[in-house]
Design a protein around this ligand. Structure first.
Ligand code: NAD
Length: 261
């Protein structure tokens, strides 16, 4: 019997990077996994990879900023696998620019994907988790930027700090329905989201790409090492299988000591 047998997990932004690894790790632990992403081909490819290894998964199209698509995706998950027990609100984007040049439309886009997306997916999933108080786990993908700031990332830092508020509120409201919530806060992980920023930051800060990696991204870690997708996925598995509400409303820094709580 695997740890998550009989459980259904919805992971947003799971066609790539951190979300993809979380989907693979939760599936390996026995969960049926719904891969929800803007990129349906990518989502289906991850679902196929899980099914080939004997797991249960489906891919669904979901723009987490679109209430109808979110509701439809969550309903599809429940219809296919019976309910929704774990939500990993992970979909995210990054746009770097100093505040004075930050386009209002970009600010709204970042807040929409991270905050509206977290709210809408939570609201849709709670319908199932609150039914008969069956409960569940909601994990938001925060960042070291949920606790720390970096230049050029005003909207992202604001959004990631905001997720702490949503998780803490849900921990209080959800307790009587056996729902727990957390924020995982990774340091820099080499995914497409980060690879895109390296040349952009080098240009904006007038330094080399190597300096962006060594000084900006890893300069405050204890060992100059990137966090890995597996580090984050193992943390998600630990929180998804933790047996009691002794852990709820917390944020977990997975960042090689970049920020210490
Ligand atoms: P990624 O670019 O590899 O993957 C992001 C995924 O989200 C993509 O598959 C993309 O299609 C999907 N996505 C984007 N907008 C969406 C939307 N509106 N609706 C549904 N899906 C959408 O990025 P990643 O590095 O794996 O990031 C995943 C999460 O981890 C993000 O929330 C990010 O902020 C957070 N994070 C990343 C790092 C890092 O260093 N990579 C560090 C801390 C936190």
């Amino acid at each position: 019997m695997s740890q998550l047998d009989g459980k259904t997990a919805v992971v947003t932004g799971a066609a790539s990077g951190i979300g993809k690894e979380i989907a693979l790790v939760l599936a390996k632990a026995g969960a049926a996994v719904v891969i929800a992403d803007l990129n349906l081909d990518g989502a289906n490819a991850v679902a196929e990879q899980i099914k080939v290894s004997g797991g249960k998964a489906i891919g669904v199209t979901m723009d987490v900023t679109d209430e109808d698509e979110v509701n439809a995706g969550i309903e599809k998950a429940a219809a296919e696998f019976g309910s929704v027990d774990i939500l990993i609100a992970n979909a995210g984007i990054q746009i770097v620019n100093p505040i004075e040049n930050y386009a209002y439309s970009d600010w709204k886009k970042i807040l929409a994907v991270h905050l509206d997306g977290a709210f809408l997916t939570t609201k849709a999933a709670l319908k199932h988790m609150y039914k008969d108080d069956r409960g569940g786990i909601v994990i938001y993908m925060g960042s070291a930027h949920s606790h720390e700031a970096s230049a050029l990332k005003s909207a992202y830092v604001t959004a990631k700090h905001g997720l702490l508020g949503l998780a803490r509120t849900l921990a209080k409201e959800g307790a009587k329905h056996n729902v727990r919530s957390h924020v995982i806060c990774p340091g820099f992980v080499r995914t497409p989201l980060v690879n895109k920023q390296i040349p952009e930051q080098a240009k904006e800060l007038g330094i080399t790409e190597d300096e962006v990696i060594k000084k900006v991204m890893l300069g405050n870690t204890v060992d100059g090492v990137f966090t890995t997708v597996d580090d984050v996925a193992q943390t998600a598995l630990f929180l998804s299988t933790f047996p009691s509400a002794a852990l709820t409303g917390q944020s977990f820094m997975v960042s090689h000591g970049w920020f210490m709580q």
